[in-house]
Design a protein around this ligand. Structure first.
Ligand code: MP5
Length: 206
């Protein structure tokens, strides 16, 4: 199996992850009040946990993939600083509680390090590819959100996602982890959709 096949094999689930009223709101500037800020605060928690995941996966990765993890870690560290700066500019407090959809995603990220490497890498690729497509779908974005659309639309980010896909394809080549990779891909698609729903204020906890 190739990682990219998963998108066509699960096109409805993928559509749910990458096209959403939240993204239409970003594009048209019609988001309900508070939705973008909620997404921002919750997504910073996601990025912090994702950084932990990359650090945990790095030592067990094949030598030829280690560079990819190192550049991913550096990019995520920079991104965390960027999120914090964005929050500061908007006077948002970063100490909020994780929403239910965020909790589910954080739990998923923590468990990924225990999955077979090819399946974990496929999930990581799906996570990044989802944001690449989702934010492209919001392009060019209303002016107050444009910086975010651009952040996940750069050629560098697209190249990183393509490198993850190549690495996932190499890792999947034995076929041994295909079933697990397929299941994790579907989980990512569902978690992504739920994250957008949460940002719009649906399915919130407490
Ligand atoms: C990403 C993200 C992309 N920031 N948040 C969610 C919910 N899914 C995917 O990850 P990155 O590392 O910020 O590009």
């Amino acid at each position: 199996m190739k990682a990219g096949d998963l998108i066509g094999n699960h096109s409805r689930a993928w559509e749910g992850a990458t096209s959403h009223p939240f993204l239409e709101g970003v594009r048209d500037g019609t988001l309900p009040e508070g939705a973008f800020e909620r997404w921002l605060v919750q997504d910073r928690m996601f990025v912090e946990e994702e950084l932990g995941l990359l650090r945990r996966l790095l030592p067990g990765a094949p030598r030829r993939d280690q560079n990819l993890f190192e550049s991913g870690i550096a990019a995520l560290e920079e991104e965390l600083g960027w999120f914090e700066e964005q929050a500061r500019r908007r006077n948002l407090t970063l100490s909020a509680r994780p929403e239910r959809a965020t909790e589910s995603y954080l739990r998923f990220l923590r468990a990924l390090a225990y999955e077979p490497y090819p399946a974990a890498l496929t999930a990581l690729w799906a996570i990044e590819r989802a944001y690449l497509e989702a934010w492209r779908n919001a392009s060019p974005g209303a002016c107050e959100y444009r910086e975010f659309v651009e952040h996940w639309s750069t050629p560098e980010f697209a190249a990183f996602v393509a490198s993850l896909e190549e690495a996932a394809d190499r890792a999947l080549a034995t076929g041994e982890a295909d079933e697990r990779a397929d299941a994790l891909f579907l989980e990512v698609a569902d978690l992504e959709r739920r994250f957008w729903e949460m940002a719009l204020g649906e399915g919130r906890s407490g």
